[in-house]
Design a protein around this ligand. Structure first.
Ligand code: HEM
Length: 510
């Protein structure tokens, strides 16, 4: 029996390969002799599967970009992948071609989990437009301004937590991010530890992120595998998919139903769901709202935590940055009050730190993969409909010509000679491209700024001292993951002066 199933698998895989090769040959007919974008030569059948590195793949793709051209392609088991390695090519493909590059690729494990609630993986079309509109309307700049009071209250709660237990600062940064997002989306106050909704969402995000990493699951390259029975060796991905479905059901429905119940009881607070439920007519509209709300958590929390964790790391590795920012804050605000959003125009160096944080350790070095909705020809190379197109944002924002010494954390690169904040045309690509660009970018802008300025105003972040009185070295290493995450590192964080601790304590009861 297993032998016949193994045979089935081989037949299915060959079928997949032949189908892709056949589709490619149709493509060849359509492309009238044009070649695919250049790239490294692959092996028969596997193509470039073994050329995809597990560590920092964006560096390899950038090298291919220098070797073969800004737009490079490889083939993985008959599937074409295109990498975009320069700002100019990204503009040409993503901004000057309408919606031709605005689809998402199919990912078999995502289909198996039925994770289509998530806007970030939703194919371009009606469902995407409806759910995207809900998020755009609730996070556009004029609405984002109204989110500031919640961000300020949650920031002060974070400062008090750090004062009480500084060694848990990273944990509290995570709490701050989910607290802001859950409050804006569902009007829900996240518990300080062991929160059910946060635990479910975190488990699901880890599961999907591990399952979609390149090479992580064979089923993503051989979709035919999903037809194997559950007991067949190596089909653990099926259990994983079923577990994912259960988590999704809980993550999408539980907080949404909580708001509905609270509305009936008259205890619901203002939030994205609360404010939009009234206008919901019918099941389809309600599902769209439910999906949009869950997408905000799915796309907004891990990404923002990544940027804020890199902030602590940057302060440890670049102590001069901390000193200069604190001097600016002392001069503009003094030491007798906490910063507020109205101080922002007078603190250009703090703004420059926030910009450099988005560039230095990119939250999503390869963005989120796009796909083509129709055939295209770029500079004489053929890119067929359905091709996965990956923007190498890391290569764009680490280009040494645009950003000298790109690996260094240098906020001053975002200042003009007379100390004003410089408008940088490329940084926006940290949030993606065209109509798929991140709808949460205005929220991030204020959520990140208020934490950065408040920490700098009240605490000193220093290297931790070991039992022998020596500083513990900080390597600044990142884990291998789709969303950048610093590997655990040691730090000490102490109030800057006695008055700072008092200011933080005085926020109790807000
Ligand atoms: C530092 C924090 C963040 C970064 C760097 C970031 C970056 C990105 C990027 C690169 C994309 C893909 C864009 C593309 O396909 O070209 C994206 C998509 C998305 N982001 Fe963010 N994001 C952040 C925070 C947030 C927040 C707080 C929200 C909450 C509203 C959010 C909601 C979304 C959604 C819903 C999508 C999917 C958009 C679509 O496919 O149409 N993000 N983000």
């Amino acid at each position: 029996m297993p032998t016949s199933l193994l045979l089935d698998f081989v037949v299915f895989s060959l079928f997949t390969y032949i189908l892709r090769t056949y589709t490619a040959s149709l493509g060849r007919a359509r492309r009238g002799g044009l070649r695919y974008p250049p790239g490294p030569r692959g092996l028969p059948f596997l193509g470039n599967l073994i050329d995809i590195p597990q560590r920092a793949p964006w560096e390899t793709y950038a090298r291919w970009g220098r070797q073969y051209g800004d737009v490079t392609s490889i083939s993985v088991i008959g599937r074409l992948l295109v990498f975009v390695n320069s700002a100019r090519a990204a503009r040409d493909l993503f901004e000057h071609t309408g919606t031709r590059y605005m689809d998402r690729p199919d990912i078999p494990i995502i289909d198996m989990m039925e994770a289509h609630f998530d806007l970030a993986v939703t194919r371009y079309g009606h469902k995407w437009r409806v759910e995207r509109r809900i998020i755009d309307q609730n996070f556009r700049p004029s609405i984002s301004v109204t989110h500031r009071p919640i961000q300020t209250v949650k920031t002060h709660a974070f400062l008090r937590q750090v004062l009480r237990c500084p060694e848990k600062t990273i944990e509290y940064l995570k709490h701050y991010t989910s607290a802001v997002v859950m409050s804006l989306t569902y009007g829900y106050d996240v518990k300080e530890s062991g929160d059910h909704y946060v635990a479910i969402a975190e488990e699901l995000l880890t599961l999907t992120s591990e399952s979609t990493l390149s090479g992580a699951l064979l089923v993503n390259d051989f979709p035919a595998l999903k037809h194997l029975p559950d007991w067949f060796p190596g089909t653990g991905f099926k259990r994983r998919a079923r577990h994912g479905m259960r988590l999704i059901d809980e993550m999408v429905n539980a907080p949404f139903n909580m708001v509905k119940e609270d509305l009936l009881k008259g205890t619901s607070k203002h939030s994205l769901v609360h404010d939009n439920l009234d206008g919901c007519r019918g099941n389809e509209a309600e599902t769209a709202l439910k999906n949009a709300a869950a997408s905000v958590y799915g796309a907004g929390v891990e990404t923002t935590i990544s940027a804020l964790s890199s902030f602590l790391l940057a302060l440890l590795l670049y102590p001069d940055v901390q000193t200069r920012a604190q001097a600016e804050i002392d001069q503009v605000i003094g030491r007798s009050r906490l910063p507020t959003f109205s101080d922002r125009p007078n603190l250009p160096y703090v703004d420059a730190i926030c910009k450099e944080l988005l560039r230095w350790r990119l939250v999503l070095p390869l963005g989120v993969a796009h796909a083509t909705t129709e055939d295209d020809v770029y500079k004489g190379f053929f890119i067929p409909k359905g091709t996965t197109v990956i923007a190498n944002t890391w290569a764009i924002l680490h280009d040494a010509e645009a950003y000298p010494e790109p690996e260094e954390f240098k906020p001053e690169r975002f200042l003009t000679e007379d100390g004003k904040v410089r408008d940088d045309p490329l940084l926006v690509y940290a949030f993606g491209f065209g109509c798929r660009a991140c709808p949460g970018r205005h929220l991030v802008d204020s959520m990140q700024w208020i934490i950065v300025v408040s920490v700098l105003a009240t605490f000193n972040v220093r290297k931790k001292i070991d039992l022998n009185g020596n500083e513990i070295a900080v390597e600044g290493v990142y884990k291998d993951a789709r969303i950048a995450q610093p590997a655990p590192f040691d730090y000490a964080i102490i109030p800057r002066h006695p008055g700072a601790a008092r200011l933080v304590q005085e926020t109790q009861g807000e």
